[in-house]
Design a protein around this ligand. Structure first.
Ligand code: ADP
Length: 254
């Protein structure tokens, strides 16, 4: 079974913007998968639809075999979602945020207490429990957002630009937490525009202008982009080259 299976997913917003022109892909269980692409490529739109926050214009997806259209509740409990702007509640304390999110994910009584304690310990949140998330150093804010999305132990985790605006040390620490999850078999999908982050991943889907233009391992993507002038491209070279090829193909088709 796939952790994620996406078929012909399309989205046209009310203002007529075609944010996604039909993408299909599969992600194996336990994969560490990146969606890479320039701003406006359609990455967030894709994620929001996969999390059930946005209705596709057409197409469908299933999460660990649960169809998003026909069994949205069953599909949604399979995933944890960490949004770009960390959707934490500033009016609630850190502890109240943990309690709130554990409630959303349906955890009750002893299990709820147990998971909250586990998150406090794993992410070392003890000394901030009474504070508002707004007062936390960015690294801790990020840990709290991750803790909130993991409380129900989802087999699939979506991270939307998790390290935008984060300093390099915090960024490294964040990836250590994520790598630990990947080692435990959690499937992780991340959107990023950092090339080094994409290189850590097992497979990278490159999105450009609402389409998927390449999907492969980082090494294979680099191989595909090799030219006589640039025989050993970096991930960034490969990214630019594959976009140039997509542009040239688009012009040829027009
Ligand atoms: P990315 O995450 O790759 O930067 P997005 O999915 O945010 O891309 O955006 C894809 C396209 O859809 C962009 O042209 C963006 O302006 C447009 N878009 C995103 N959200 C909305 C919305 N709510 N209404 C109308 N257009 C939108």
């Amino acid at each position: 079974m796939y952790a994620l299976e996406v078929t012909g997913l399309r989205k046209t917003y009310g203002n007529g913007v075609e944010a996604l022109k039909g993408i299909s892909l599969t992600v194996d269980e336990g994969d560490f998968f990146a969606l890479l692409g320039p701003n406006g490529a359609g990455k967030s739109t894709t994620f929001k639809m996969l999390c059930g926050l946005l209705k596709p214009t057409s197409g469908n997806a299933s999460i660990v075999g649960h169809d998003l259209r026909h069994a949205p509740s069953a599909a949604k409990v399979q995933l944890g979602y960490m949004a770009q702007k960390f959707s934490l509640y500033g009016l609630l304390s850190v502890m109240q945020n943990l309690a709130f999110f554990s409630g959303i994910y349906g955890l009750r009584k002893a299990l709820r207490r147990e998971r909250i304690d586990e998150m406090i310990e794993t992410f070392e949140l003890q000394r901030y429990l009474g504070r508002s998330p707004n007062e936390l150093p960015l690294g801790y804010k990020q840990r709290l957002a991750l803790a909130c999305s993991l409380m129900h132990r989802p087999p699939v985790l979506f991270l939307d630009e998790p390290t935008s605006g984060v300093d390099p040390i915090t960024r490294r620490e964040f990836w250590m937490h994520i790598n630990a999850l990947v080692r435990r078999g959690v499937t992780v999908l991340v959107t990023t525009h950092f090339m080094d982050e994409a290189e850590y991943c097992d497979r990278v889907a490159l999105m450009y202008q609402a389409r998927l233009i390449a999907l492969d391992t980082p090494d294979k993507l680099k191989e595909r982009a090799a030219t006589t002038d640039c025989p050993s491209p970096t991930m960034e070279d490969a990214f630019i080259r594959l976009i140039e090829v997509a542009d040239a193909d688009g012009r040829a088709a027009a």
